[in-house]
Design a protein around this ligand. Sequence first.
Ligand code: SF4
Ligand code: SF4
Ligand code: SF4
Length: 307
Amino acid sequence: MTISRRGFLGAVGIAGAASTMPGTAQAWQSKAPPDPYGCLVDLTRCVGCRKCEQACKEVNDLPEPAVKFDDLTVLDAKRRPDQNTFTVINRYYTGRIDERDKLVPTFVKVQCMHCQDPACVSACITGALTKKDNGAVHYDVNKCIGCRYCMAACPFEIPAYEYDRPILPRVRKCTFCFERISKEGGKPGCASICPVEAITFGRRSELLTLARGRIEGDPGKYIDHIYGEREVGGTSWLYISNVEFGKVGFQKLPTRPMPQTTETIQSSLFSYLWSPLALFGVLGAVMGATSRKHDADTHDKEDGHDA
Ligand code: SF4
Ligand code: SF4
Ligand code: SF4
């Protein structure tokens, strides 16, 4: 989540300009479910054991990892979820030290945030991605045409694509264990396994209350920020921490939902009777800029530079 998103911010700028056109855009309406499920990740509890990664692989029938789960040297490099791995743990050193002057790590679990108003859903022209009432952003391979607009749109750069699968390649990302949480009492695999209860599954409203309670109950320990409460309009996955989120890989993102921006552009352009061709040209340029930025970031990382 460390990646800077100049392309994304550029798109926000274009949208801002479009949305100021007089008398054009209709008022944008959020489609967020009222009280979905979510997960609260408490970074002060996570010990970096990777059991959540293992459980995720098992419940989603994903390929074995390149590095065994008990080999924690994998934490020496920053990783991203990919087509074979829906969640990863990354380790950060922020300068915190313990009573023996030893550096204290912070471990961060990364997966799809299951946004309340997801950019990926808004970008998907076939309805292959949908936000469900239970909070999961769900993918239907039968509707997917492989355009990968969802990948360009996601502010967290989460969806991955099966480029190496010759027949019917799929977009892949954390499913929020949709089948499991659809059953009474069901929990995501990762939340079920965590040995230190760093991941709490529940209704988003209850998780926010829990998060606020922990922060207010120990203000010397926690920073006063619930990541995901407001970012991009709110997400089903929420985080609390004892270090600034910017120091452990989280992007600073606007509170405005991304679809509010992109759908406002669409509405504004159409109401000015711009041709659909021009519209797709503009949106294509925005997505192209975002995608080129992503490629550049990837190359930077390969060259050993963190964004
Ligand atoms: S994190 Fe990305 S892939 Fe996940 S719901 Fe949000 S926009 Fe979609
Ligand atoms: S919710 Fe399910 S799919 Fe998502 S990271 Fe957890 S175990 Fe994996
Ligand atoms: S299982 Fe829990 S403690 Fe272990 S890495 Fe995952 S979130 Fe952290």
